[in-house]
Design a protein around this ligand. Structure first.
Ligand code: ATP
Ligand code: MG
Length: 441
């Protein structure tokens, strides 16, 4: 296994003091898979105090849990004392942790076999639970008795799905069964922890594993909106899938961006409650975009997403289906409405949506969308006016021309803006003020 210089130094320094030290967890798993580890965690028999005293640059990150961050050059490493987790009071945090001199004890408390391996240059791989075998078999298997492990910390249920989504692995039979049986405990897991795992699922190579979470009865405890989507069929020539499967495909067709994938997750969440049939038996979902946006806002707030994320996703969901006809004027109006900064995301969302509809819809809409995209490319670099801040005239100019302070000013400015969006070459102070009277109607 290739080890960064800093990690090797830490292990060597601790070894010279007679302490055991190993790389553990995610980095060992990723290295065996030939993936680049995101960080390198070290576990040691040394106590936190001993670790602090061994290295000149340290941060006492989580002494209670045994974690010290050691800085080496530009890198930092979390060095955690071997520990046994005490009893879990609330499916969340161990009430206490006990330090132990035993690596085996430390590995036993870890969630899955593929996450419970250790490595040191001197001893090589330490694999007590068959992690390597499970990497080969591409399986997520709990360490020990799955049900008991999920009873200790129910977040592990969602972590199982998360690792299966990131790695493209299947859940081992007993582990899968335990996920379903203990799912109800997710109710007691904090929204923040659920949010972080959900986001990792959505941003993974296999976001469609969310269906697994649904099938095992997990989503009903943290994302019941998705259960409704899975239960809503679409009897329309524009779709070939139910709302849930269409949504999963659309997430997969979207780039790995937080805002965009969240937008895809919720873009049709309003369909279950807006579904109607016409006399021919065709399903319609009138006004679903607004319903979807409201549902997205509520769900994201419940999951403790930051306000900025909630607002951005709300806006994009609300406008996800806005049809822009491919003419210069319509595209300029759309840019003004959606906003220049957001416009690329808007196009991306429409594309992911269309790619997940029926063949008929794809042919109709993709041609339109690519024409709109071309027009956008032509527009975007022009220094044109798409908002009041770009208008050549402001409130003070109007006051100077004798317009009275008050609502009249806003009305005139907005009329001017509308005109200028359609006639960009007229965004000139002289022209606009000369035609003032025509904008005050
Ligand atoms: P990532 O690449 O996402 O960081 P990771 O495997 O490092 O993946 P972390 O959440 O950073 O995952 O956790 C580090 C290690 O700590 C895991 O590999 C696992 O051994 C252990 N671990 C983390 N959370 C839990 C938990 N809730 N229960 C048991 N062990 C856990
Ligand atoms: Mg990690």
């Amino acid at each position: 296994m290739e080890i960064p210089e800093g990690a090797r130094t830490i292990i060597d320094v601790l070894a010279r003091r007679g302490k055991e030290a190993y790389l553990v967890g995610g980095c060992v798993r990723d290295a065996l898979l030939g993936r680049r580890p995101s960080d390198y965690d070290i576990a040691t028999s040394a106590t936190p105090q001993e670790v602090l005293s061994c290295f000149p640059r340290t941060i006492a990150t989580g002494l209670k849990h045994g974690t010290v961050t050691v800085l080496m050059g530009k890198e930092s490493y979390e060095v955690t004392t071997f520990r046994i987790d005490g009893e879990y009071a609330d499916n969340r945090h161990p009430l206490s942790v006990t330090f132990t001199p035993s690596l085996a004890e430390d590995l036993r408390r870890r969630d899955f076999t593929i996450n419970a391996m250790a490595y040191s240059p001197k001893e090589g791989l330490v694999d007590l639970f068959g992690g390597r075998q499970d990497l080969k078999g591409r399986e997520i298997r709990a360490v020990g008795l799955a049900r008991q492990r999920f009873q200790e910390d129910a977040l592990r249920i969602l972590r199982a799905i998360r690792f299966s989504a990131q790695l493209g692995f299947e859940l081992e039979g007993k582990t899968e069964e335990a996920c379903a049986l203990e799912a109800f405990r997710l109710e007691n897991v904090s929204s923040e922890r659920i949010r972080d795992e959900l986001m990792k699922i959505l941003l993974s190579d296999h976001p469609e594993k969310l269906e697994e979470a649904y099938r095992l009865g997990l989503t009903r405890y943290f994302l019941p909106e998705f259960d409704s989507m899975m239960a809503t069929t679409q009897e329309t020539p524009y779709h070939r899938l139910d709302v849930g499967h269409h949504t999963l495909e659309a997430i997969g067709h979207a780039p790995k961006d937080k805002i965009i994938r969240l937008t895809m997750l919720f873009h049709d969440a309003g369909k279950p409650s807006t579904k109607t049939f016409d006399e021919k038996g065709i399903a319609h979902f009138y006004g679903h975009a607004f319903e979807s946006a409201k549902i997205a806002g509520k769900a994201l707030r419940r999951l403790k997403f930051p306000n900025a994320v909630v607002q951005e996703v709300f806006f994009l969901v609300l406008h996800h289906g806005d049809v822009v006809v491919p003419t210069e004027k319509a595209v300029r109006r759309a840019i003004a409405k959606i906003g220049k900064e957001r416009f690329p995301a808007f196009l991306t969302i429409q594309e992911a949506d269309i790619l997940s509809q029926s063949d008929m819809a794809r042919v109709d809409h993709l041609a339109r969308l690519s024409a709109v995209e071309k027009l956008w490319e032509a527009e975007k670099d022009k220094a044109e006016c798409f908002g009041l801040k770009d208008l050549a005239v402001d409130g003070n100019d109007l006051i100077a021309c004798g317009v009275e302070k008050g609502p009249e000013i806003g009305k005139i400015l907005n009329n001017m803006l509308k005109y200028v969006i359609d006639n960009p070459d007229k965004n000139k102070k002289g022209y606009l003020l000369n035609h003032l009277s025509s904008f005050s109607r």
